[in-house]
Design a protein around this ligand. Structure first.
Ligand SMILES: [Zn+2]
Length: 190
């Protein structure tokens, strides 16, 4: 009986789940952001009421974050992604939140999220993201180390991302070297 009940619950929720995703996506395409968020909010409340699947609830939060990204409300986007991180903490959720932090200029918070994403199994992309953040804050040695790890973790020699990562390693090496004697080399070369 208990199993039957659980199956019913899953079926009801699965239908609600796809309806919520489809309807909110349609609203988003029509740029009806408030409606999209409202549909997802109702699905979240129903999920909470039914004590339903946490993964589905996290998906609703991620979708809400996407709506906020489209309407350029980064504070709300951050809040929704935080809910998803708290509920399930997938590497993907952490990568996305890290990117929002990065855009907001909070490099320390971004690096913390990428580090957690690496721990959650999200390499090589998490290494790549953290490497870029280190690069942006001129921590070239850490950037080189992470780009190297991203390449090692990828394994696909021909991949485009790895080619870019190798180029960044070369850039980082130059910038790291120049950091010590930049005025001298600059004058000599020109
Ligand atoms: Zn690669």
């Amino acid at each position: 009986m208990k199993i039957k009940k659980n199956i019913d619950k899953i079926c009801i929720e699965t239908d609600v789940y796809y309806q919520a995703l489809i309807k909110s996506d349609e609203a988003l395409k029509r740029k009806e952001y408030d409606l999209a968020l409202d549909i997802l909010d109702k699905a979240i409340k129903l999920n909470e009421e039914l004590n339903g699947c946490i993964g589905e609830r996290a998906d609703y939060y991620v979708r809400s974050a996407i709506v906020c990204r489209t309407k350029k409300d980064c504070n709300s986007e951050l809040a929704f992604l935080t809910k998803a991180v708290e509920l399930r903490g997938w590497d993907w959720d952490l990568q996305k939140r890290g990117q929002v932090y990065e855009e907001m200029g909070d490099f320390a918070a971004a690096i913390a999220d990428y580090t957690k994403a690496i721990e959650a199994g999200g390499e090589p992309h998490s290494y790549e993201l953290r490497a870029m953040t280190y690069f942006k804050k001129a921590d070239y040695e850490s950037a080189i180390a992470d780009f190297t790890k991203a390449i090692e973790n990828c394994g696909d020699v021909k991949c485009k991302g790895c080619v870019e990562n190798r180029a960044y390693i070369e850039k980082a090496k130059k910038l790291n070297g120049n950091f010590v004697y930049l005025p001298l080399t600059n004058n000599q070369k020109r």
